[in-house]
Design a protein around this ligand. Structure first.
Ligand code: 13P
Length: 288
């Protein structure tokens, strides 16, 4: 059974660790993330962008697949299925499709509109027992074709959004989706500390979790980050392992062309990446 992400993230904030949000793209990705979480007894959040949802033929397909797979694999750790960077319409669609958690990303809208739409979605999610993530301050880089510059959130605006009753909050602190450029300035811990002081116990979310140095991850967790989103690193791990398999000519040997064999090294690489992140975030053994 899927659960919302509120309780697991409140526990993480109190216990000073973070729960990993890993984006899924297909059945293999989902299976690898779930199996690793179970093996490590870690709570986990499966993230789905609107683009990935469309790729998988719709949110209903995704919700049915993840929910069924949790049962079929005998997964007992807490699993939340979460819409990543949702539009207002996307959030409503995921609420109807059976997701247990949604993010409404109104960070590109005028602040008053972000506030008003987030308020409506707090009501819509809470009446059904779902959790809601909101966002203040744009996160840089490219996600589903939308390119952002990366802008630090205003702590006062974070407080106004937090006071609506959202369950966790993504706040831009210089983080970027995708690969970090060589001249990246790093995370703004002053901004993070100021936001954390404003929002109290509310769990904070760090997007763009791929490629952030480990010491920065640990410091972010110590300053209130309780959910860390990772996508690109799993993609790169999958790509490198698949490339190696093909370059070694293994797809040409025996039944090496069978997708179950062809995709296996990439899957093992995703599992290793998810494990590494869960260990770094401190969520191992925190499921029960
Ligand atoms: P990365 O692709 O940089 O890991 O970011 C993932 C993310 O923040 C999804 O919302």
């Amino acid at each position: 059974m899927l659960v919302n992400a509120t309780e697991m993230l409140q526990k993480a904030k109190a216990g000073k660790y973070a729960v990993g949000h890993f984006n899924t793209n297909n059945l293999e990705w989902t299976k690898c993330i779930l199996q690793t979480a179970q093996e490590l007894e870690s709570p986990v959040i499966i993230g789905v962008s609107e683009g990935a949802g469309k790729y998988m033929t719709g949110f209903k397909t995704v919700a049915t697949m993840v929910d069924t797979m949790v049962d079929a694999l005998g997964i007992t750790v807490p699993v939340a299925l979460h819409l990543d960077h949702g539009s207002y319409e996307g959030a409503i669609a995921c609420i109807k499709a059976g997701f247990s958690s949604v993010m409404f990303d109104g960070s590109h809208l005028p602040f008053e509109e972000n506030l008003a739409k987030t308020r409506e979605l707090v009501a819509a999610t809470h009446i059904l027992g779902l959790s809601l993530e909101a966002e203040v301050g744009a996160i840089g880089g490219e996600e589903d074709g939308v390119v952002g510059k990366g802008e630090c959130a205003d702590p006062a605006e974070c407080k106004l959004i937090a006071d609506l009753g959202v369950d966790f909050l993504a706040a831009g602190i210089g983080n970027i989706h995708g690969k970090y450029p060589a001249n990246w300035a790093g995370l703004s811990f002053d901004t993070l500390a100021a936001i954390n002081a404003q929002v109290g116990d509310l769990p904070l979310v760090l997007h763009g979790g791929s490629g952030i140095p480990e010491d920065m991850i640990r410091k972010a967790i110590s300053l209130g980050v309780s959910k860390i989103n990772v996508n690109t690193e799993c993609q790169l791990a999958f790509q490198a392992a698949t490339r190696e398999y093909i370059e070694a000519g293994k797809d040409l040997q025996g039944k090496g062309y069978d997708p179950r064999k062809l995709l296996a090294p990439g899957c093992e690489a995703i599992k290793a990446t998810v494990k590494e992140k869960m260990e770094l975030f401190g969520s191992v053994g925190k499921a029960f």
